[in-house]
Design a protein around this ligand. Structure first.
Ligand SMILES: Cc1cc2nc3c(=O)[nH]c(=O)nc-3n(C[C@H](O)[C@H](O)[C@H](O)COP(=O)(O)OP(=O)(O)OC[C@H]3O[C@@H](n4cnc5c(N)ncnc54)[C@H](O)[C@@H]3O)c2cc1C
Length: 489
């Protein structure tokens, strides 16, 4: 290790092993999908598995997510059921690498895509319910996005939480991890310091520590340090606890981090608060069924099936806040959006409904002629199978906008997902700045970097949490308990 690196590293860590207040077999930081999956697997073998969660409620970003899960296969066989063509792990792998501009670690992507079907089946076995549809969403070359029945991540986190509790796992809320203890610069991780209110505790981890603390979208200072363009004026789709201190603590004990400047904007968030409600998800998931976007001038401005960064950039450059997703009732049907959800959206004025495209343009205060021309052109592109304006891949699943009622949903980009984070290997071990695994330290989920490259494809994060979370949990549970000096036995 170079002298400079070692000095920085040494100055950031406390050197003396503390008095331990408690011992656990496996400690997990974060109660989202990665943390729950890891803990559930670890608890197959280990008696005492504790999840430490700083927020007053469990679930992190996972619980508020839209529940889109991309997988090229599953036991539901929806692709075959709806005759949506072929897919394979190789296509999913290629799309993910391309979507990330090939910054991704191809080995990690292979683990993700090959493991995605089994991860989804595991979720279904735990009690998750999946809608009877399979969406084609931005950056993917085909229909592969499985949607949670009510488009809510809670539909995944609740069953996993129940499974975790049934396996004796403790989810300790309002407990922030404020330090990671490691034995020297070469030895294993020993434990953590936790803070609950004024009370501090040192918790020894006998087998391993798993970091599943999510991203840093809400950490304005941290995200701007790496990417100054992400100014505070941007809204954020994340929960308040999505801050990056665990990445800093892990770096202080030698962990490597990568791609920290790659932070994604979600193009279709609700414009005022920047959140992703179920309507924002329809704007995103409906593109494969023919939904398209217009600006305030009634014109399209992008290939709606393009990657999130491209669509978000095009919106910002279109000089029109907000932009609108335009669709009709048949597209909502294809998305299997429940009628009551549509009606509630119309009542709240989140969805604008009209009987004709003229009425829709008037209600949106956009030029009638321009919107009608856009609708006519887009319908023609569907029938001709070619988009002469933006080269969107037009498919047979797309529905022309002919029959009402017609709808518009407003949208605007909001800070959403951190592609960067801790470096891990295929076994979910955290890698140090010298390229070696840090003994007894694992990580999974959004806290990790390198899986998604420069730009995460939609629906790829939830499978990442499940697949790598389970790997981390299984491997952590296999670590030996006995630790003498600087070696484990
Ligand atoms: C609104 C929204 C919609 C989304 N929709 C989708 C989708 O449809 N499909 C998809 O694939 N992805 C989606 N994503 C992304 C995906 O949901 C997340 O990337 C994923 O759920 C992250 O899971 P995680 O377990 O890694 O972290 P999280 O679920 O965020 O959990 C991390 C937890 O760690 C806790 N924590 C952090 N620091 C500490 C600390 N120091 N001490 C103790 N606890 C700590 C946090 O409070 C949090 O509860 C969405 C994200 C958002 C915000």
């Amino acid at each position: 290790m170079s002298k400079i690196k070692r000095n920085v590293f040494e100055s950031n860590r406390r050197s003396v092993e503390p008095e331990w207040d408690e011992e656990v077999d496996v400690g997990v930081v974060g109660s989202g999908l990665a943390g729950l999956s890891a803990a559930i697997e670890a608890a197959r073998v280990c008696a005492k598995v504790v999840i430490f969660e700083k927020m007053p409620s469990y679930g992190g970003n996972s619980i508020i997510s839209g529940g889109g899960y991309c997988s090229w296969d599953s036991k539901l066989k929806l692709r075959q059921k709806f005759n949506l063509g072929d897919d394979s792990w190789l296509k999913h792998w290629e799309d993910t690498l391309k979507g990330g501009d090939y910054y991704n670690n191809p080995e990690l992507v292979q683990v993700l895509v090959k493991g995605a079907p089994d991860g989804l089946n595991w979720l279904i076995d735990a009690g998750a319910k999946i809608r009877e549809t399979l969406a084609h969403i931005g950056g993917h070359s085909t229909h592969r996005s499985h949607l949670e029945a009510r488009a809510r991540g809670r539909g995944y986190t609740d069953p996993l939480k129940n499974l975790a509790l049934s396996r004796g796992i403790e989810i300790r809320l309002k407990t922030q991890v404020t330090h990671i203890w490691r034995d020297g610069t070469e030895g294993p991780v020993l434990g953590i310091e936790t803070t609950t209110g004024e009370e501090k505790k040192n918790v020894k981890v006998n087998r391993a520590l798993i970091l599943a603390s999510g991203g840093y979208g809400r950490d304005v200072r941290m995200r701007m340090e790496y990417n100054p363009s992400l100014v505070p004026e941007y809204n954020c789709t994340n929960q308040r606890g999505a801050t990056g201190e665990i990445i800093r603590y892990a770096m202080a004990v030698g962990a490597d981090a990568l791609h920290m400047d790659f932070v994604q904007l979600y193009p279709c968030a609700e414009p005022k608060r920047g959140v992703i409600d179920s309507y924002a998800l329809d704007c995103y998931s409906g593109t494969g069924f023919g939904l398209f976007y217009v600006n305030k001038h009634g014109q399209r401005f992008v290939n709606e099936l393009d990657r999130r960064d491209t669509v978000a950039d095009a919106q910002i450059k279109s000089g029109s806040k907000p932009t609108y997703a335009i669709l009709n009732y048949r597209m909502f049907e294809k998305l299997a959006t429940p009628k009551e959800v549509i009606h509630a959206g119309v009542r709240k004025k989140r969805i604008i409904q009209a009987e004709s495209t003229v009425e829709l343009a008037e209600k949106l205060d956009i030029p009638v002629d321009a919107l009608q021309e856009t609708v006519t052109k887009h319908n023609r592109y569907i029938s001709e199978g070619k988009d002469s304006d933006f080269n969107k891949p037009m498919t047979k699943s797309m529905i022309p906008l002919l029959e009402g009622p017609f709808f518009a949903i407003s949208q605007w980009p909001s800070v959403h997902y951190c592609m960067g984070g801790l470096r891990i290997d295929k076994q979910a071990r955290v890698i140090d700045i010298e390229g070696k695994p840090i003994p007894k330290l694992y990580a999974a989920g959004e806290v990790c970097g390198g899986v998604h490259g420069s730009n995460r494809l939609a629906g790829n994060s939830i499978p990442e949490c499940i697949v790598f979370g389970r790997i981390a949990g299984i491997n952590a549970s296999k670590e030996s308990i006995q630790y003498i000096g600087n070696k484990t036995f």
